[in-house]
Design a protein around this ligand. Structure first.
Ligand code: 5AD
Ligand code: FES
Length: 345
């Protein structure tokens, strides 16, 4: 309990202290104490608002082969797709009509989308919807590419660091990927003036409190505007098919800790959390999260963007998902708002 109090007082802990605090995630009382503080902080900056992002999963081609991910290039069972320019723009139009004021273009690392194609798409979307924020989530690229996208009008960039621990990173990724480059990307994006989102999976195979402590310290150093975390969920066509999923409670615990570390952070209650627990997203909001990210992609492709098994909302139209989420948020005393949802000043 002492460490939880210290975190609440100082908004930071030393590395060993994080690890020790994280060992206590199964303790209900500590979870309750942290989530109470987290909710107090999110209310202070965001009231009862929940921001929403329209997610457009525009390609499931990926040149990488991360061991946890269902759309890894080595998965020959994945049915690959790319949305056309028109389908992407239609998704935005549909989303705008539903009240979305942030669009997230998310995809695997797909070389088909050259810098030029993407920059043109960004310009087109920002030209049509100048009152909306545009977020990219398309993986590792060069400083020069990031600069081009920024100049074309992109406002935000999501790039989960995955894990900040070198040894653990090697257990999750093949040789050709490096944590150093991942971190380089995040710092480049910051330098270019993007609002940046980092993050990690909770309960990835072999992860301990020590690795999670490093993730928290990395977040403290980077100070991202957004943090995406969700439980690891095995995918049947990956090397981690037989590994066990992360824990909902541990994810909730971490959401509260992150809210206390970075009080103004934009923190989604993720789809992975909603997949492991039917009330997962509501619980995420009640643990300190303040963002939800429903899917705007065409229903015909939804199931194909399968990073993990049993992903929810793959049969739903965008309008149904939005209404469903609005009801869910209201059921726990919050409201979904039609705003860009930038971080509080
Ligand atoms: N379970 C949970 N999250 C996953 N991601 C990828 N695969 C899985 C999985 N099996 C998340 C990772 C990655 C992002 C693209 O999606 O955090 O960074
Ligand atoms: Fe998609 Fe409930 S949020 S159906």
């Amino acid at each position: 309990m002492i460490l939880a109090d210290k975190l609440i007082r100082d908004h930071t802990l030393a590395g060993e202290e994080y690890a020790e605090l994280l060992e206590a995630w199964e303790d209900r009382e500590i979870r309750a104490k942290l989530s109470k503080e987290a909710v107090m902080l999110r209310k202070q900056y965001y009231g009862d608002k929940v921001f929403t992002r329209g997610l457009i999963e525009f390609t499931n081609y990926c040149k990488n082969n991360c061991y946890y991910c269902g759309i890894r290039c080595g998965n020959s069972n994945a049915r690959r797709y790319r949305l056309s320019r028109e389908e992407i723009l239609d998704s935005c139009e549909n989303g705008y009509g539903l009240g979305f004021r942030t669009f997230v273009l998310q995809g695997g690392e797909d070389p088909f989308y050259t810098d030029e194609i993407l920059a043109e798409l960004i310009r087109e979307i920002k030209g049509r919807y100048s009152d909306c924020a545009l977020t990219l989530s398309i993986g590792e690229r060069s400083f020069e590419s990031y600069r081009l996208f920024r100049e074309a009008g992109a406002d935000r960039y999501l790039l989960r660091h995955g894990t900040a621990d070198e040894t653990h990173y090697r257990k999750l990724h093949p040789e050709n990927l490096s944590l150093a480059n991942r971190k380089r990307c995040l710092y480049d994006l910051k330098a270019l003036g993007y609002q940046v989102g980092a993050g990690f999976m909770v309960g990835s195979p072999g992860q301990t409190s020590r690795e999670l402590a490093e993730d928290l310290q990395f977040l403290e150093a980077l100070r991202p505007e957004m943090v995406g975390i969700g439980p690891f969920i095995p995918h049947h066509d990956t090397p981690f098919a037989e590994e066990k999923a992360g824990s909902v409670e541990q994810t909730l615990f971490l959401l509260s800790v992150i809210r206390i570390l970075l009080p103004k952070v934009l923190l989604p209650a993720t789809t992975a959390l909603g997949t492991l627990d039917p009330q997962g997203r509501e619980k995420g909001i009640m643990a300190g999260a303040n963002v939800v990210m429903p899917n705007l992609s065409p229903v015909k492709n939804r199931k194909q963007y399968e990073l993990y098994d049993n992903k929810i909302c793959t049969g739903e139209e965008a309008a149904e998902c939005r209404e469903c989420l609005a009801r869910r948020m209201e059921s726990v005393g919050y409201r979904l708002v039609n705003e860009r949802g930038d971080a509080a000043l």
